[in-house]
Structure formats: structure tokens, C-alpha cells
Design a protein around this ligand. Structure first.
Ligand SMILES: *Cc1c(COP(=O)(O)O)cnc(C)c1O
Length: 234
């Protein structure tokens, strides 16, 4: 009975979140990191097809074990030497935070004869620890017409994480800043592989604010699958 109860909970949670997205431009990426295959399958059976993971090995293992019509999203910090493992099949890399990483993704895209879709991660939070470009860095970089030299990547938009705070005004400001930056960049640089249509923002704690500010992809984990347990933490 425990199994069947959990099953309906995951399906229920997905349904509630999807209902809350109706009328918006946002869709749900189910963040399944640390969760077992069985939990992902329950979500799959409930109709979920987009999953996000933040560790390359775990993503590769789950890709092998699960149905092939799943879209896999790499949402975590990606090391250059690991791009090759996901390059053949990854649907979208959310956290591109350096030009060097993009050059490696381009190289692996060429090897796999595909164009790999990416989002640029932008540092929007006031916290110091988060990865990402500053808006100024992206502006400067676009002056170099970078995609002319990167034929195997496309940049579909931006990704950001808001400050972890209870101050909803601050979170909303950070999300709307990211939305404005997306619009500004889209105007400024026209390239067939620079669509700037996507805004990956919003997690379990703040996705309603992200959706209200124009998110097109929310990355939600614990609200679907329950809290995560990490082996090295009590
Ligand atoms: C873990 C993670 C999420 C999902 O977090 P929840 O709070 O469980 O919804 C979203 N984005 C990134 C980048 C993550 O690492």
C-alpha cells in the first residue's frame, strides 16, 4: 500500500503544479536528482517527459535506464571534461557559465553531428556563491559575434537562481531583471542560433513568482518528489 500511495502523490503533485501553470508560458522540468528510477517512472507514467538532473553520472545512468522519449535537462554546474558523456542525447544544458564551457560543448556537438541547445546562466542573486555570467560579461561577449565560431551550439535563453530569502519583493525583482535582460539581449544580437526565447527560472520555493515574471521553464524537485536525502548529510 505504501508504494501505491507514493505513486498517487507524485502524480497528484504534478497535476497540481501543471494546473497552476495554465494560462502562462511556463512548462515544468521535473528535477529528479537523488531520486530512484521508480520515482521517475511514476512521474513518466503520469505524463511527465522533461526531467532535470545536476550530476552527469546520474543523468547518464537514468537516461540508459528509462524510456527514450524523455527530454533530459542538465541543470547543474557542468565540468568541461564531462560534456562528452551527455553530448549525444542532452536536450538542454541550463547552466552554461563560461565561454570555455561553450567551446567544449561546441566541440562535442561537432563530434556528435548535432547542435546542442544551451542556456546562459546569469548571476542574479545577491549571494556570492552562485555560478553565472554577469549581464555586463554577456554584453561584452556578444560584441565578439561569438556564435559565428560556435556552429554546434544554440543559445535558447537564460537561466537564473534567485537569492534564498523570504523577501518576495527581492526575489521578484531578481526574476524580472533576468526577464528584462533576456529581452534586451534578444534585441541586441540577431543570430539564427540565438533565439533567446527561454527563461529557466523558479524552483519549489519560488516558482509562482518566477511564472508571474515570465518564466518559460520552472525547475521543480521537492514539491514533486518530496525532500531529498543526501548520503553525506545527517
Ligand atoms: C535542485 C535544483 C532545483 C530544484 O530544487 P527544488 O527546491 O527541490 O525544487 C532547481 N534548480 C537547480 C539548479 C537545482 O540544482
Amino acid at each position: 500500500m505504501k508504494g501505491s500511495k507514493m505513486k498517487s502523490e507524485i502524480a497528484d503533485n504534478l497535476q497540481k503544479i501543471n494546473a497552476s501553470l495554465e494560462g502562462s508560458n511556463a512548462r515544468l522540468i521535473a528535477v529528479s536528482k537523488t531520486k530512484p528510477i521508480a520515482a521517475l517512472l511514476e512521474a513518466y507514467e503520469a505524463g511527465q517527459r522533461a526531467f532535470g538532473e545536476n550530476k552527469v553520472q546520474e543523468l547518464v545512468d537514468k537516461h540508459e535506464a528509462l524510456p527514450k522519449d524523455i527530454e533530459w535537462h542538465m541543470i547543474g554546474h557542468l565540468q568541461r571534461n564531462k560534456v562528452k558523456y551527455i553530448a549525444p542525447f542532452i536536450h538542454l544544458i541550463h547552466g552554461v557559465d563560461t565561454e570555455k564551457l561553450l567551446i567544449e560543448i561546441n566541440k562535442q556537438g561537432e563530434k556528435n553531428e548535432r547542435i546542442i541547445p544551451c542556456l546562459l546562466q546569469v548571476h542574479i542573486a545577491r549571494e556570492e556563491t552562485k555560478f553565472g555570467f554577469s549581464p555586463e560579461e554577456i554584453h561584452k561577449w556578444l560584441d565578439t559575434q561569438p556564435l559565428d565560431h560556435l556552429p554546434h551550439v544554440s543559445i535558447q535563453g537564460l537561466m537564473g537562481m534567485a537569492t534564498h530569502t523570504k523577501d518576495e519583493g527581492q526575489i521578484a525583482t531578481e526574476f524580472s531583471d533576468l526577464a528584462h535582460l533576456r529581452n534586451e539581449l534578444k534585441q541586441r544580437y540577431q543570430h539564427e542560433r540565438f533565439s533567446m526565447t527561454e527563461l529557466s527560472m523558479g524552483m519549489s520555493g519560488d516558482y509562482p513568482l518566477a511564472v508571474a515574471n515570465g518564466s518559460t521553464m520552472i525547475r521543480v524537485g521537492s514539491t514533486i518528489f518530496g525532500v531529498r536525502h543526501y548520503p553525506n548529510q545527517p
